[in-house]
Design a protein around this ligand. Structure first.
Ligand SMILES: [Zn+2]
Length: 317
């Protein structure tokens, strides 16, 4: 291989880098813990080292560029990571400038939800789709809109946060300072909190969590619901109602051809996907929601690497 692009995924715990050829094949991938608490300087050095390692292992002669997807907030227009919740002390970190100096190639920086969606557009579930919306449900609810193969940006390059749209103004308080946003109702920590606070008489949940409420995980709640566990079923019922409402709102706002779903919640689609499909089929009054396809993401943990690499390849090619 002559020329490659390196995609980087900077998360709160893991740093990944992958080398991609122009056809979208990932030829090498490596990862290392980011150890965010050691600060941005140490983190950037780690990133530089990992990029070097991936480049060396790929055997490519030329590096065409580096695309970075990072946990937000990021400023993609100026290449700055600005104090993400998951990277404390990473304030005003000029990651693009650093890597451009280190490697003398073009470098991009994007929000991680955006590059994950872009990856699915390039090589995953959403190829050639003109209007692709992506929803990731895990420790949070992340969203992104890919329009004609490009990341949709708000004013000043800001990233729209669909996961913090309010579905129930009387709902639980979120760190976004609103009540009842999609994330506060449907993300893993919300499901765990509800289970820990619930009356668990006659439930298997405590058993599954070795007798400790604090050990209850979201996946246990879905598992218990599958066995007909009443408190778990009630939580999954609320989750399903709010999740469907969130997806319907996305349809009403954007009417995308495809909504790609990813994250831990995808292990439990049997419990809510049929009802979601029914709800979309039924909602035809104002927008043709029945034409919106729900697809599972294909690229898993690596979606962000693909998308980050594509931010460079789409410019070079
Ligand atoms: Zn919120």
């Amino acid at each position: 291989m002559d020329r490659l692009v390196i995609g980087v995924d900077l998360g709160g715990t893991i740093l990944r880098a992958g080398a991609f050829d122009a056809q979208g094949t990932m030829v090498v991938v490596c990862e290392t813990p980011i150890e965010a608490a050691r600060g941005p300087e140490s983190g950037l050095q780690k990133m530089q080292g990992l990029i070097k390692q991936v480049w060396a292992e790929s055997g490519a002669k030329t590096l065409a560029g580096i695309g970075i997807g990072s946990t937000g907030p990021v400023d993609p227009l100026h290449g700055i990571i600005n104090n993400p919740f998951t990277l404390p002390t990473w304030e005003n970190v000029r990651v693009v400038e650093w890597m451009e100096k280190a490697f003398s190639v073009p470098v991009t920086l994007e929000n991680d939800a955006d590059v994950a969606a872009l990856g699915e557009y390039w090589q995953g579930a959403g190829q050639t789709i003109q209007r692709l919306y992506a929803v990731t449900v895990g420790t949070g609810v992340g969203t992104a809109l890919i329009l004609d193969g490009e990341i949709y940006r708000g004013v000043d390059g800001s990233h729209p946060e669909g996961g913090h749209m309010v579905l129930d103004p009387g709902g639980p308080l979120c760190y976004c300072k609103m009540r009842g946003c999609w994330e506060s109702l449907c993300a893993g920590p919300s499901i765990e909190r509800q289970a820990r606070e619930a009356d668990l008489t006659g439930s298997h949940l405590l058993e599954m969590a070795a007798g400790e409420r604090d050990n209850i995980e979201a996946r246990m709640v879905f598992e218990a619901a599958r066995m007909g566990d009443k408190p778990a079923l009630a939580i999954v019922e609320d989750f399903t109602r709010y999740f469907i409402q969130g997806i319907l709102n996305v349809c009403i706002l954007f009417v995308p051809e495809v909504i790609v779903l990813s994250g831990g919640v995808m292990r439990s689609t049997d419990l809510f996907l049929p009802r979601l499909e029914d709800a979309l089929q039924a909602y035809t009054e104002m927008v043709p929601a029945h034409r919106v396809h729900i697809l599972p993401a294909k690229l898993g943990y690596y979606a962000g690497l693909y998308g980050a690499a594509y931010t460079i390849w789409s410019k070079v090619l």
